[in-house]
Design a protein around this ligand. Sequence first.
Ligand code: 1KN
Length: 449
Amino acid sequence: TIPLQHGAHRIGNRTDADMQRWRDLRFGQFIHWGVYAIPGGMWDGKVYNGAAEWIRSWKEMPHEAYDQLYKQFNPVKYNPADWAQQAKNMGAKYMIITTKHHDGFCLWPSKYAKYTIANTPYKKDILGPMVEAYNKAGIDAYLYFSIIDWNHPDWRTSIKSPADSMAMARFKVFVKNQLKELLDRYPTVKGFWFDGTWDESWKNDGAFSDELEQYLQQLHPGLIIGSRLRADEKGARHFDSNSRLMGDYEQGWERKLPNTIADVHGNDWEGVMTVPENQWGYHQQWFGHVKSANELIEMLVKSASLNGNFVLNFGPKPDGTFRTEEQELMRNIGRWMQVNGSAVYGTGYAGLEKPDWGYYTRKTGTDTVYMVVCNVPVNGNLRVKLPAKQSIAKAWALEQPGVALQPELVSRDEYFIPVEQKVYTSPLVIVMKLEQQQRGQGNFEKAKT
Ligand SMILES: COc1ccc([C@@H]2N[C@@H](C)[C@@H](O)[C@H]2O)cc1
C-alpha cells in the first residue's frame, strides 16, 4: 500500500451506535429548496433542459438576473410541520436539506454571508423550524452543504496564482465558519451531506478535506459524513489511493443504484434519487420519465437488500408547498410502507442468491427474511434457494400473519412457495423464518411423486 497522510483513517465500517442507527433508518427524504425554485427551470419564456438547481449556469440566464432573485424569495405557504407530517406519512426516517447549494444562497441567517434568507422578504430562518419539526415527527435531520459557492468572491475552481491561493485560504476559513455555525445553530443534526467537491481546488487539497472532517467530528462526535467530502493527498476521491473508502459510507450512488452485493465492496452506502430523470430543484415542466411509487418502492427495497440506504428527492415550489405529483407520491409510497415497512427498516443483505421475482431483505442479526415480490411468476411459485443445510421453519404473507404458507421442497435446499394468481397493485411481502437443518429433517416433506 502507498503511505498516505490523508487517506482513509479507518479500515472497515463504523460500528458505533450512531452509524447503526443510520443503517437501520434505510429510507430518507432529500429536499432541494432555494432561490432556483423561483425560475423553476424557466426564464424569459424559455425552458431550461438542465437540472433546475443549475439554471444559473444556463447561457439564457444572466448571472445578474439570477443574483437578484433572492429579493423575491418569500415562501408564504412554508409550513415545516406539514412537510414533516407528509414525510412521516411516506415512511421517511431521515431528511437531508440543502442548507446552501452551489449558488451560495443560505437558507439560514448566516453571519458570514449576506446572500442569505435574512435578506429576503421572508427574513426568517428556514432551517431551524424545519429541523425542529422533522425531529418532532421522529425524523433525523442531515444537512446538505455545497463546497462550491458561485456567489462567494473567494471561491476558486482551480489555483492558478498566489492570489488564487490567498483567496482559497480565505474561502476555507469561510467554509469552516459556516459549518461550525450550522452545528452551533442546529445541534440535533446527525451529519453532513457534502457536494460540490469535484473541482481541482478541492481535489488537490486532500489535507484540508481531511482536517475539515476531523474538525467537524471533534466539534460534534458521531457525525455521519459520506465519502464525497474527501480527497487524499494524491487527488483520489471517495476511495483513497489504496482503494479504501474515505468517510462513513459510499456517497457516489447518485441517480443510480448498485446491482449486486459485489458492487458495494462490503461498504455502507446510500443512493439518492430524483423523481423525474434529473431534477433536484423545482422545475415547472417535468419532462421525460417520472418514476412511479412502485418503481421507487422497488428501488428502496433493492437498496436495503444490498445493505444500502435510499433517499428520495423532493423540490418544493417557491411558495413553500410540494407540487401535487410529489404529494401524491408521498401518500402512495406511505400506504405501502405503513403495511410493509418492517421489510425495509432495520434490514440488510440476506445472504441469499438474488431471486427473479424480487428481493430478499434480512432483519439485521436475525433469521427473519423478507421476500419482497415485484415480479409474480406465471408458474405461480416463488422459488427459494437456500444455502446448504438451511431450511424454512415458517413462512407467511406479511398481511396474513396467522396463515402459515406451505413451502414445497422441490430439491435439496430449494423450495416453491405458492403465490396467489391475482392482480397485484404493489409489491407483495412474504416473511420467512429460516433455521439450520438438522440431519435428514426437512420441515416440509418432498412432494410425494
Ligand atoms: C454532473 O455534475 C453534477 C454536479 C452536481 C450535482 C448535484 N448533486 C445532486 C445531489 C444535486 O444537488 C445536483 O445539483 C449533480 C450533477
